[in-house]
Design a protein around this ligand. Structure first.
Ligand SMILES: [Zn+2]
Length: 280
C-alpha cells in the first residue's frame, strides 16, 4: 500500500473519481489532499471545495491550508475541525514559525489532536521568503507540548540542518518524557533526483530513529495527478531503500503507517531514551 502524504488541490473542477483512477495507475492507494491556498477563496469556499474532494472517499484525507496571520485564524482551525478536517498545512512565507500568531494556531491544532504539515526549505513562490522556512526556526515548536508536525521536502537544501533539528527534538523528548511533541519528516521532493540517495542515506545512517517518522509525498496536483512523476519517485526511492537494506516493515512505514500515526497520534508510546545515540 502506498499513500501520498502531499497532494495539492488547485482551482478548477472537483473530480475525485479521475484523481483516484490516476493514482491507481501509478500504484497509489490514497493520500492527503491539501486545500486551495488562502489566496484562492474564503474560508467557507475552501473548506467546502476540500470536502467535495474527500467526502465519501475514505482514502483521501482532508488537510486545510491556514494562514495564521489572517484575522480569525484560530476560529478557522476550530471550524475546520468541526467540518471534518484531519489536519492543517502552513507555509511560513512572511512570518517565522515562532511568530505568536502562528504559535497560537499550532497550539489550538495540537490541543485538538490535529497534525500540522509545514513547508520547509526553499520556497518557490516568486518572492524572497525561504529564510522563514529554514528548519532551525521550527525549534520554536518545542514549547507546544502535544503538537504533531512534519517538515516537508526534507528541508531542501537545508537537509543536514533538518536532520540536526530532528535529532534535537528526539533529545528534547528524552529530556522531557512528558512532552508529547512529535516531529515527522515529509520526503516530498524537494531534493533533486541526484541528491536523493545522499539525503536518504544520511537520514538512515544518523543512528536517529527515523524509521517511524518518514512520510512519502509527491507534491502532485489533485486536479491533474502526475502519474509518471510519482511512479518515477517511488521507483527511485524503492531502489535506494533496497540499497540501504531497509526491512519491508520500515518501507511500509514510509509509504503508509507513519502517515497514519501522524494523523492519529498513535506513535506517542515510543520510548525516546533509545532513539538517539548515547554519546551525543
Ligand atoms: Zn507542497
Amino acid at each position: 500500500m502506498i499513500y501520498d502524504g502531499h497532494i495539492h488541490i488547485r482551482p478548477g473542477k472537483v473530480n475525485p473519481v479521475e484523481l483516484k483512477e490516476q493514482m491507481t495507475q501509478c500504484g497509489i492507494d490514497g493520500g492527503v489532499l491539501i486545500s486551495l491556498s488562502p489566496e484562492n477563496g474564503t474560508f467557507d469556499s475552501r473548506v467546502e471545495n476540500l470536502l467535495e474532494w474527500t467526502e465519501g472517499n475514505d482514502e483521501l484525507i482532508p488537510f486545510f491550508w491556514i494562514n495564521p496571520l489572517e484575522t480569525g485564524a484560530i476560529g478557522q482551525v476550530r471550524r475546520a475541525i468541526e467540518k471534518g478536517v484531519a489536519g492543517f498545512k502552513i507555509i511560513c512565507d512572511r512570518f517565522f514559525p515562532g511568530d505568536p500568531k502562528c504559535m497560537s494556531v499550532c497550539k489550538i491544532a495540537a490541543d485538538s489532536d490535529k497534525p500540522i504539515l509545514f513547508h520547509s526549505g526553499i520556497l518557490w513562490d516568486g518572492k524572497p521568503s525561504s529564510e522563514y522556512c529554514r528548519p532551525v526556526h521550527f525549534e520554536s515548536m518545542m514549547t507546544i507540548n502535544n503538537l504533531r508536525f512534519s517538515l516537508a521536502h526534507i528541508g531542501w537544501p537545508w537537509c543536514d540542518e533538518m536532520i540536526a533539528v530532528y535529532g534535537k527534538f528526539l533529545n528534547f523528548k528524552s529530556r522531557n518524557p512528558r512532552s508529547k511533541i512529535e516531529m515527522y519528516i515529509d520526503t516530498t521532493p524537494g531534493t533533486p533526483a541526484n541528491y536523493r540517495e545522499e539525503v536518504l542515506r544520511k537520514l538512515f545512517l544518523t543512528g536517529y530513529d527515523v524509521e517511524n517518522s518518514l512520510i512519502f509525498g509527491s507534491d502532485c496536483d489533485a486536479n491533474d495527478y502526475n502519474i509518471e512523476w510519482t511512479a518515477k519517485w517511488v521507483e527511485r526511492d524503492k531502489m535506494i531503500y533496497t540499497t540501504l537494506d531497509l526491512s519491508e516493515k520500515v518501507v511500509s512505514g514510509i509509504y503508509k503507517n507513519n502517515l497514519e500515526a501522524f494523523i492519529s497520534g498513535s506513535n506517542q508510546t515510543r520510548d525516546y531514551k533509545d532513539l538517539i545515540p548515547a554519546s551525543f
